[in-house]
Design a protein around this ligand. Sequence first.
Ligand code: LLP
Length: 420
Amino acid sequence: MHHFQHTNNELYAEDVSVRELAREHGTPLYVYSAATLRRHFQAYDSAFDKVRHITCFSVKCNSNLSLLHLLKREGAGADIVSGGELAKALEAGIAPEKIVFSGVGKKYWEMTYALRAGILMCNVESDQEMELLSRAAADTGIPARMSLRINPDVDPGTHPYISTGLKKNKFGVAIERAPELYARAGKDPWLEPVGIDCHIGSQLTQVSPFLESLERLKELYTRLQGMGLSIDYLDLGGGLGITYEEEDPPHPGELGEALSDALADMDVTLVLEPGRVIAGNAGIMVTRTLYTKETELKHFTVVDAAMNDLIRPSYYGAYHRIAEVTPQGREVAPRDIVGPICETGDFLAQDRDLPFIEPGELLAVFSAGGYGFAMASQYNSRPRGAEVMVDGDRAHLVRERESIEEMIAPEKRLLTHGDG
Ligand code: LLP
């Protein structure tokens, strides 16, 4: 459920006309719906009400400060993967004791920053990282609460680029090796092994892989208890999928019910790291048509948003629904919606049944609230677009469009002309 609907042949974000937003802020423009974000967060969070839990929004999915602040007000913590994300989470007012730090390549300064900030725990992904965390803790004099990210070798049944819990993936440590590492951490005066963590992938459309990995973690939990370690947190990561096209993922309530039941005999606080299920369908990207182009084989609609603004179609072959902002009931035919970037892989849709869109018309690309702006780049020296948050009948600019000046400033300052 989201709050982007056509009324009287015009697309609205909640009570605000998308056409008006595009006129005021230009395109490409990302538009988020506050009501949708609140609703998604509450639906997910309340699904786990039967058990003690913390819902840590996965900042990588959408790190806009105003969006993070909105989720913080709903009670969210944060799942971060870099010092930059920690800074953004703290800036948005998220309580450090609700922040977990994941990722295979944490640097020393990121560890000391996280320790000083007093985050809940670091999710450690290798022996070497554990050693460095111990050193960072000793250097700062702050013992490090940690969990080990376990690779449970469970197939999440999703796109290979976003599967993370298989033996061949770079993430986590093999479950067979975990007791040895926990024993080592238990003896280290600077490490406090308080949790078990896993995240098996993203855009999962079934409950069973979550349950399968939980079963494996449960065995480990019992084994660690036998070793005299007290595990207080069980972090099951994020990964619940959304409907882009015809996927039919379980409702968060179904996942919550199944996991809460399976957790009943464990005395832990559950940590969750949802991203896409909260933000994905809470945002659209609005783009304006520049040209149309007929070739012998194709009909191209060239728009002003490109793979640098939304890389998912090019990178994962992902489907994003595209609709006219002001539909006119015209006949449809297969069209390629492409951007201005100099790559054949620069498309938002291929062979999509859409009407003949005239230059100047607006299109809305749906499900762009997660991994949309967050993955945007300046490729082809294109400044990144603006972001707007709609709340009822009001719209707030939450990120200014980048200017050409801002884009070139870090190089311009250093421009050397040489002698030649
Ligand atoms: N926790 C960890 C440790 C993760 O690596 C991720 C996502 C999440 C939580 C949140 O997963 P979610 O609930 O959003 O599925 N760029 C890709 C998705 C990459 C996901 C990376 N990790 C895409 O556009 O589909």
